[in-house]
Design a protein around this ligand. Structure first.
Ligand code: PGA
Length: 250
């Protein structure tokens, strides 16, 4: 059965004390709301252990925002998938457009990261999406099909541990949301590609999130679409009230 998920992506925001406070607030609010979706927060590496201790893991999942493309050793400043898993986190966000663009993450690096994350028992929120010029040239389907190759090399069993997040880059942090029809159109296309690769049942079971300026005022409309199974939330995940407004859109 396909799961609906609302996942926060805090990016590079909050100090550890601020993050612990926010996470505790979200955890309490989720517990009280008993929402109709799984709820996850993606937090900086420095926050994982403290946040894990501050939340109720029965109601709130915990994600890292990245992991290394190597297992261990002389990679100063990197954090491995095993290290992430050892904090008690159960997800990792990979392939975010900010990492692809600002930190030069290549398809080869992402393939390694996905593999290591899965080997260490982490579920992967794998981000795909086109930039504005590609959308204007009507190339969005081509772009996401190419990006999906990183996860289409997995076995069907491993692919079952992948949550996809379609995030049009032109909508991230810009206040410009894709319309619910634009989101549905490409989500349905993505599900079709999954069906071609893994069969109809796997496609039906895959969670496909929408990300990009998702907020309480537009979440219900986006989530009402049959192929939009939740959201990956940046800016609006930094205030418990806004984040819960999106969680409660289901
Ligand atoms: P945004 O970010 O909600 O601030 O647009 C979404 C994301 O980058 O995951």
């Amino acid at each position: 059965m396909r799961k609906n998920i609302v996942a926060g992506n805090w990016k590079m925001n909050t100090t550890v004390p601020e993050g612990v406070k926010l996470a505790a607030e979200v955890s309490e609010a989720v517990k009280a709301a008993n929402p109709k979706c799984e709820v996850v927060i993606g937090v900086p590496f420095t926050h994982l252990t403290a946040v894990k201790n501050a939340i109720d893991s029965n109601v709130l999942g915990l994600s890292a925002e990245n992991c290394a493309d190597h297992t261990k050793g002389a990679y100063t400043g990197e954090v491995s998938a095993a290290m992430v898993a050892s904090t008690g986190a159960n997800y990792v966000i990979l392939g975010h457009s900010e990492r692809r663009t600002y930190y030069g993450e290549t398809v080869e690096m992402l393939d390694e990261k996905v593999k290591l994350a899965l080997e260490n028992g982490l579920k992967v929120i794998f981000c795909i999406g086109e930039v504005l010029e590609e959308r204007e040239a009507n190339k969005q389907n081509e772009v996401v099909a190419e990006q999906l190759k990183s996860v289409f090399s997995l076995s069907a069993e491993d692919f079952g541990k992948i949550v996809l997040a379609y995030e049009p880059v032109w909508a991230i942090g810009t206040g410009k949301t894709a319309t619910s029809d634009q989101a549905e159109e490409i989500h349905a296309f993505i599900r079709g590609l999954i069906a071609e690769k893994y069969g109809k049942q796997v496609a039906e079971d895959t969670t496909i999130l929408y990300g990009g300026s998702c907020k309480p005022s537009n979440a219900a409309e986006l989530f009402s679409k049959p192929d939009v199974d939740g959201g990956l939330i940046g800016g609006a995940s930094l205030k418990a009230e806004d984040f819960m407004g999106i969680v409660n859109a289901f």
